[in-house]
Design a protein around this ligand. Structure first.
Ligand SMILES: CC(C)(COP(=O)(O)OP(=O)(O)OC[C@H]1O[C@@H](n2cnc3c(N)ncnc32)[C@H](O)[C@@H]1OP(=O)(O)O)[C@@H](O)C(=O)NCCC(=O)NCCS
Length: 178
């Protein structure tokens, strides 16, 4: 059977429970080839949903057969990564003439991995950021995310370890010109 066509729309607050469950599954399963169990547990502190993106109408969901199969968004605000609960967030608005827009919180349900959902959402984010005058995008990638972003033209600019969850989690800051 061919896979149902993918459709997309902006996320609504009513999607929150589904999005949280999808993110939990993606964090637990799709990071396994890249991190050990302690790192995956630690990564939960610095990953997850930032509901500001839904309020800002910059967060997308992709549906397959009427079910949410993936999500991700972009931001015109300074926070580079993390969830509502992550420390060090900043809602300050970026300047499109000086700053890079952010790509944020990209997750695909494990049942739908490697079907082009991440690539589709990245394209939506880049087009939206470009339409608001940004000429570059930046993100902080997990090891699970890095291959997607590389495949979509992003380049690594800095590697860090984030140990705010108790165990160091490797991350890479990446950038693309639009
Ligand atoms: C990162 C993530 C969103 C990718 O989603 P996805 O929908 O599976 O990605 P796509 O199907 O669009 O992949 C597009 C291309 O990226 C590359 N890619 C994606 N995942 C990859 C992987 N695990 N290994 C190698 N290459 C990968 C491939 O080139 C792929 O093209 P191909 O399948 O034709 O070879 C998903 O793996 C995920 O949810 N991971 C866990 C959460 C996470 O770490 N999110 C990133 C936060 S920065």
């Amino acid at each position: 059977m061919p896979s149902p066509a993918l459709t997309h729309r902006l996320a609504h607050p009513q999607d929150l429970d589904t999005l949280r469950a999808l993110m939990n599954a993606a964090i637990a399963e799709l990071q396994k080839p890249f991190l050990d169990e302690r790192q995956i547990m630690s990564s939960r502190t610095i990953m997850g949903l930032d509901t500001q993106l839904i309020e800002d109408r910059t967060y997308f969901v992709v549906e397959s057969g009427g079910q949410i199969a993936g999500c991700g968004g972009w931001s015109r605000r300074a926070t580079l990564y993390g969830s509502d609960k992550s420390p060090g967030r900043s809602p300050a608005l970026l300047d499109p003439t000086l700053d890079a827009a952010r790509v944020r919180a990209m997750y695909t349900h494990p049942d739908h991995a490697r079907q082009g959902i991440g690539r589709l959402i990245l394209g939506l984010c880049e087009a939206a950021a470009r339409s608001e005058g940004f000429s570059a995008v930046e993100l902080m990638a997990t090891m699970a995310g890095e291959p997607l972003y590389r495949a979509c033209g992003y380049q690594a600019i800095e590697r860090i370890d984030d140990d705010r969850g108790g165990v160091a989690v490797p991350l890479v800051r990446m950038r693309k010109r639009l």
